[in-house]
Design a protein around this ligand. Structure first.
Ligand SMILES: [Zn+2]
Length: 570
């Protein structure tokens, strides 16, 4: 009881101090203060970050910084010049455990700490470097968890929230500061924010062009940089605002008063790549800036990423990767459904069927197509592209099936939309998170047949759906295609070698062998019309290898016909 009393007291004191902190500036509160300025480290552009906060009264203060996160390793390589200001105490750094420890007198109230953040590789970064700090002369692009260290005792408070002040010191007028919380604001105050929300954020600065639009009175922003080849900023903003409006209408949620999208171009010689990350009040995109990229891909990307504001963010997974079948797969399904239903950029039911067919082909050609759900774990998901794609394909097909199944079972009264709205309600009202059991119980309210066994086989067990039977039941005409994409070999972890080659594959027949070093390559993943063109180094010899990446298979595909389009559940 006494402890509780003191906690209440301290909360009151904090709020009083907040009122005063602008005048006094350096009060001892639970405020975590950051001051960020441009600087240099060994000739490279850098950001200097100063932190000021109340010490841990035990005399040992730990500051957390993840060395491994979002598939990246050695993030401490981006941190230099760690020290305490106005103190000779030397912090102990434990990279592998992800903390920096400061031993100090127990009566020390405040710690003034600083570090320098740099980019630890050359160039402006491709898609692989997206989740590392990018700090150039012209701009910076950094995810919050890579930028802001957090004192452990402050993160561990019973309220589980932070009060953060960020000051952008002396950035030039033309240097835009824009992020998940504000635009062009040199002093940002974030009160009662959870560590998760604070760390799932994007911070950019520099030569970004910032666009603003209002939707039902709420501001949305686009922050774009570089000279785009495939589209204009204005077209991107159009797609973005239409997508946001439609999705907010679907979820009946116009509550977000600030939302931003960042658009980062990357240089890529061939093919297109685009990558998006749904975050607090925002999503961050990285897109190849060349003629192989088009607005249709961006329509897809925006629709996918925006859905994560609800699927994944409002409706959370109980255990991250274990429910990616839901947060990624269902997002994928609603992406296609939303685009086709509202014909965004002219994409319609035919587009929807073609995309579903593509998902079926991709799933069937995956070497891990029937891996149990438990294999989709942190390690596999972030290191092996087959596992990272699997929950998208599997989950999207499960959603596709259930949407139609619910509609048939309820004679058109309900659809998967009702399940999604129930899950949204459960999350908002009772903080319910997605796991298989909960999901099954919600779907079961709309169908006569218990889907428990279905979920055990196809979600947990990873068994392929009996698509031909399903298509027959739903009345969709379909055909079976005889060939699917098969690369025929597995890459080494660093992507530079053929680790294993399937002896029955076209790759093997054309001469590729395990251990070959891939010195050049052209691969259109998922495309069976384009040859794989490789140059490999074996010993001192260079060998050219070409082949069509196909293997024989029976893959059911829905026919793109008016009748089938008419049978879609929109
Ligand atoms: Zn996603």
């Amino acid at each position: 009881m006494i402890k509780l009393f003191f906690q209440r007291l301290s909360i009151v004191l904090i709020s009083i101090n907040f009122l005063n902190c602008e005048q006094q500036g350096n009060d001892v509160t639970d405020l975590l203060q950051f001051n960020i300025a441009q600087s240099e480290w060994e000739g490279k552009p850098a950001l200097n970050i100063k932190m000021k906060f109340k010490t841990d009264s035990s005399g040992t203060t730990r500051i957390l910084y993840e060395n491994e996160a979002w598939g990246q390793e050695n993030l401490f390589d981006c941190i230099k010049n760690i020290k305490l200001l106005d103190s000779s105490i030397v912090p102990e750094i434990n990279r592998d455990s992800g903390w920096i420890e400061i031993q100090h007198p127990r009566d020390l109230n405040l710690i003034n700490f600083q570090y320098t953040l740099i980019q630890d590789f050359d160039g402006e970064g491709g898609s692989r470097e997206s989740y590392r700090p990018l700090i150039q002369q012209q701009f910076f692009h950094v995810f919050s968890h890579n930028m802001f260290m957090i004192p452990k005792h402050i993160a561990d408070t019973p309220e589980d929230t932070l009060n953060v002040e960020i000051n952008w010191d002396e950035f030039p007028e033309h240097y835009k500061i824009h992020n998940s919380f504000a635009t062009s604001n040199s002093r940002q105050l974030l009160t009662n924010i959870s560590l998760g929300d604070f760390h799932s954020a994007i911070f950019v600065g520099g030569d970004f062009r910032i666009y603003k639009q209002a939707i039902e009175g709420n501001a949305i922003y686009l922050a774009s940089r570089g000279d785009w080849i495939p589209f204009k900023d204005s077209t991107v903003m159009q797609v973005l605002s239409k997508t946001i409006k439609l999705q907010r209408d679907f979820w009946q949620d116009h509550s977000q008063d600030y939302f931003t999208v960042t658009l980062r171009p990357i240089t890529q010689d061939k093919g297109s790549s685009f990558q998006g990350t749904g975050l607090t009040n925002s999503f961050a995109t990285t897109i190849s800036n060349n003629e192989y990229t088009d607005i249709g891909q961006l329509v897809y990307l925006f629709n996918h990423e925006l859905q994560h504001n609800w699927i994944g963010h409002t409706i959370k997974n109980a255990n991250e990767e274990q429910q990616y079948w839901f947060s990624e797969g269902f997002t994928e399904y609603y992406t296609l459904k939303n685009i086709a239903k509202h014909q965004i950029q002219g994409l319609d039911g035919a587009y929807f069927i073609k995309e579903i067919n593509g998902i079926i082909r991709n799933l069937y050609s995956s070497p891990v197509k029937e891996a149990p759900n438990s294999d989709i774990n942190y390690e596999n998901f972030w290191s092996d592209r087959h596992y990272s794609k699997l929950p998208y394909y599997r989950g999207a097909l499960i959603a596709f099936y259930l949407d139609k199944f619910i509609s048939l079972e309820s004679k058109g009264r309900f659809s998967l939309d009702d399940v999604m709205h129930d899950l949204q309600k459960g999350a908002l009202e009772n903080d319910l998170k997605i796991n298989q059991e909960y999901f099954v119980s919600v779907v079961n309210q709309y169908v006569n047949e218990d889907i428990k066994g279905f979920a055990k086989d196809h979600i947990e067990g990873g068994k392929l759906l009996p698509l031909e039977d399903i298509f027959k039941t739903f009345g969709w005409s379909y055909m079976a295609i005889p060939e699917i994409f098969d690369l025929g070999f597995k890459f080494s972890d660093d992507q530079n070698f053929a680790l294993t080659v399937d002896e029955t594959s076209a790759a093997f027949a054309s001469g590729l062998r395990a251990g070959d070093q891939l010195t050049s390559r052209s691969i259109y993943f998922g495309n069976i019309e384009r040859q794989v063109v490789l140059t490999v180094k074996r010993g001192d010899e260079y060998i050219d290898i070409n082949y069509y990446p196909v293997k024989k298979a029976e893959v059911p595909q829905i026919e793109v016909s008016e009748t089938n389009i008419g049978l879609l559940t929109f």
